[in-house]
Design a protein around this ligand. Structure first.
Ligand code: PMP
Length: 362
């Protein structure tokens, strides 16, 4: 064997040729505000409780875990309310895996999934990985998505699945229940509402969970990565008709959720009020970002999530690099004139705003 093997030398599937893997930089910097994590740590008392649950679970780790993760589904159903029971709930290693399983079951070769760009970058990659055709629909002004625009796209391309990100990443913009209902009525396919950031919406803002009764093709996914500060544990889930969870059982790997993951998630959910106490603080920092960015002359979009997309950035790459040199990592998601920043702790958010102000408008 001589030389260095490249991807092009391998008999890779044709539809994966030329693709780039998901690659948000993982740099060790003092202020990392680039991947919409919850930058607040888990409260110490809760961490102790989770550690105690893990200490118990590790003693039986010689056995395969509960393949049906029953206790976790019960905990998630209790957390979600809306009259949901364990039969409505599915979970996997992050909502990325949940969405992948949805595409494995309902997408695949000869099928298509419609999303509304710019949207979460993993959707198109998950589509490629499962051989599903990705169709990027468009949005209205300010990246909003009206029922009319969404339905026009559904009518035009007749997709097998529609992915609706609510609120949308990377724009932060919320999505109305009217748009979700209109899309559902316009298609015979699967409609997925990705509510990864739902807990950061205004108090009392309605969830697509409220639309589930009588809509067996509607799937609402969530994650513990954001509001629950559990990104490293990898726990995502969805609520849907029990028939949908039966479909996902056909494609999941046996025992896909480790006993340690299940124990940690159940212990965390038992402390829901403490775990969610940080959400209020994060919403406050998000609102502060929106008002301060506007004061500095930028054009932040309205946000129902834990991050803000702001326009008016002359040279996003240069501003990204200048902030990085000061130890602050934000996200250049390739939308011209825009950057995205996650709401951090008060100190982190202050560091970002002061650094940006110090750079002057660029
Ligand atoms: N959906 C959206 C909209 C996201 O932004 C993310 C994470 N950035 C995910 C899903 C996946 O999250 P996880 O796999 O950590 O649950």
């Amino acid at each position: 064997m001589g030389g260095v093997t490249s991807l092009n030398d391998l008999p890779l599937r044709d539809n994966l040729r030329g693709l780039t893997p998901y690659g948000a930089p993982q740099l060790h910097v003092p202020v990392a505000l680039n991947v919409n994590e919850n930058t607040h740590g888990i409260p110490a008392a809760v961490a102790d409780d989770i550690a105690a649950a893990l200490a118990v679970a590790i003693r039986t780790v010689n056995r395969y875990p509960d393949r049906e993760f029953t206790e976790l589904r019960d905990s998630l159903a209790r957390y979600l309310g809306h009259g949901l029971t364990r039969n409505n709930i599915w979970a996997a290693n992050g909502s990325n895996e949940v969405l992948q399983q949805v595409l494995q079951a309902f997408g695949g070769p000869g099928r298509s999934v419609l999303g509304f760009a710019p949207t979460y970058s993993m959707y198109s990659l998950l589509a490629s990985g499962t051989g599903t055709r990705w169709i990027a629909g468009g949005r209205d002004a300010d990246f909003e998505l009206s029922p009319a625009t969404a339905v026009e796209w559904v009518d035009r391309v007749a997709p097998d699945l529609v992915f609706l990100c609510s609120p949308n990443n990377p724009t932060g913009t919320p999505l109305s229940l009217e748009t979700i209902e209109a899309v559902y009525n316009a298609t015979d396919g699967i409609v997925v509402v990705d509510e990864a950031y739902a807990e950061f919406g205004p108090d009392g803002s309605p969830s697509a969970m409220s639309l589930l009764p009588g809509r067996e093709r509607l799937l609402v996914s969530r994650t513990m990565s954001k509001a629950f500060a559990f990104a490293g544990a990898r726990v995502g889930y969805l609520a849907a008709d029990p028939a949908v969870t039966d479909a996902l059982r056909l494609v999941r790997l046996p025992y896909h959720l480790s006993a340690l993951t299940q124990a940690a998630a159940v212990a965390a959910l038992a402390h829901t009020p403490e775990m969610l106490a940080m959400v209020d603080d994060i919403r406050g920092q998000r609102d502060r970002l929106v008002s301060e960015l506007a004061r500095l002359g930028y054009t932040p979009l309205r946000s129902s999530s834990n991050f803000v997309l702001f326009g008016g950035v002359e040279d996003p790459r240069a501003t990204f690099e200048a902030l990085l040199a000061l130890g602050i990592l934000v996200r250049d998601i390739g939308i011209s004139g825009h950057l995205r920043v996650t709401a951090g702790t008060e100190a982190e958010t202050t560091a970002f705003l002061e650094a940006l102000e110090g750079l002057g408008r660029q």
